[in-house]
Design a protein around this ligand. Structure first.
Ligand code: PEP
Ligand code: MN
Length: 361
């Protein structure tokens, strides 16, 4: 897949604004719910209405979507509001039904992007389509898999392509539902600057209070748009209740966002700066994570020493660590003074943690 300006042009061809706003419920629930939300979003900055018709649930027993009947509701909503309609498709059968019901935009969900067989099946079913197809990042942090999904569509002569950044699964709990790992999306954007990139703050945060902040961060990184789960009664939504916002809140979020122009010199500087800062933030988070883990290991050593009645401070071992780090650090361009200060601080904190263990009854 070469870089290709043509891929960007669908935003203009379909007369879509910057930033592109896609909004609507996680799931279509009833005809009334779909119509009520669509009416609220008409005459706003929203140009595309989203709704899940078939819901991929992690475990069985949850609400798995209303199925085909929901497509009729979307057709009604489209006729009444003029909004374009977007749904998730995961199989060739979904694609067939979506096309029969005049759905405008199809997206491939994160659990589907991980599966090349499934993506190929969708690509084959959509061969040569003029529809807009958006590919969510795979649930696991794998850039190649994401690119591979887009390539399968591109090779099926589907040219109106975009990608959605919805964050990545982690086993460890973080403040996000799905860790953004901004660097992966930035790497995608650097490789394929002509493929529109859309942020999905709803699935990244899992929390309606964090939607604004993550969307702003994405706009600062020059994303092309956003997809935000919006529900008339978020707390009683049948899926993803905690992350959905009301249409009213959505409008406020859009109003509060600072939209950056791509062409302006000052903006170019801001975008570069934001990209670099997001790298730094990611490294800092990793540093803290590693240091925290190191302290846990130090505590385990403390427990072992306590059991064997060995002293906390082992000078020989410490001097060996320091020598090695000064040496390795200089190869990375880090000064001896910095390495000594840095590791002394870490060592001191380890001793404090070990002493805490020693003093436990
Ligand atoms: C969705 O958008 O409703 C959805 C299921 O998202 P994801 O594939 O990102 O989990
Ligand atoms: Mn959802």
């Amino acid at each position: 897949m070469e870089n290709n300006k043509e891929m960007r042009t669908w935003l203009n061809n379909f007369n879509l604004p910057h930033p592109l706003v896609i909004a609507g419920p996680c799931s279509a629930e009833t005809e009334e719910q779909v119509l009520k939300i669509a009416r609220e979003l008409k005459d706003s900055k929203v140009s595309i209405f989203r709704a899940g018709i078939w819901k991929p649930r992690t475990r069985p027993g949850g609400f798995e979507g209303v199925g085909e009947i929901g497509l009729k509701w979307l057709q009604k909503a489209k006729a009444e509001t003029g909004l374009k309609m977007a749904i998730e498709v995961a199989t060739a059968a979904h694609v067939k039904l979506a096309l029969e019901h005049d759905i405008d935009i199809l997206w491939i969900g994160a659990r589907t992007t991980v599966n090349p067989f499934a993506v190929q099946e969708i690509a084959d079913a959509l061969q040569n389509t003029e529809k807009i197809v958006l590919v969510k990042n795979p649930v696991n942090p794998d850039l190649a898999l994401w690119i591979g999904g887009v390539e399968r569509l591109y090779n099926a002569n589907i040219k109106n392509l975009g990608v959605i950044h919805r964050g990545f699964s982690t086993y460890e709990k973080t403040k996000y539902r799905n860790n953004p790992e901004w660097q992966i999306a930035i790497d995608f954007q650097n490789r394929f600057p002509d493929i529109p990139l859309i942020i999905d703050p709803s699935h990244i945060t899992g929390n309606r209070d964090m939607i604004f902040q993550v969307t702003q961060e994405a706009l600062d990184l020059n994303y092309d748009g956003m997809i935000i789960e919006t529900h008339i009664d978020p707390d009683n939504a049948w899926s993803d209740a905690a992350q959905q916002v009301t249409p009213e809140r959505l409008k406020q979020i859009i109003f509060d966002l600072t939209i950056r122009k791509e062409t302006d010199d000052a903006d170019e500087y801001q975008i570069k700066l934001a990209k670099l800062r997001s790298k730094i933030d990611e490294f800092d988070a990793k540093l803290l994570d590693v240091i925290g883990k190191r302290m846990k290991v130090a505590e385990d050593i403390g427990a072992l020493k306590k059991e064997k009645n060995v002293a906390v401070l082992q000078n020989k071992r410490w001097n060996e660590i320091l020598d090695k780090m000064v040496n390795d650090g200089s190869q990375k361009g880090l000064s001896e003074e910095f390495i000594i200060q840095f590791f002394k601080a870490i060592h001191q904190e380890s001793i404090t943690h070990q002493e805490k263990i020693f003093n436990q009854k």
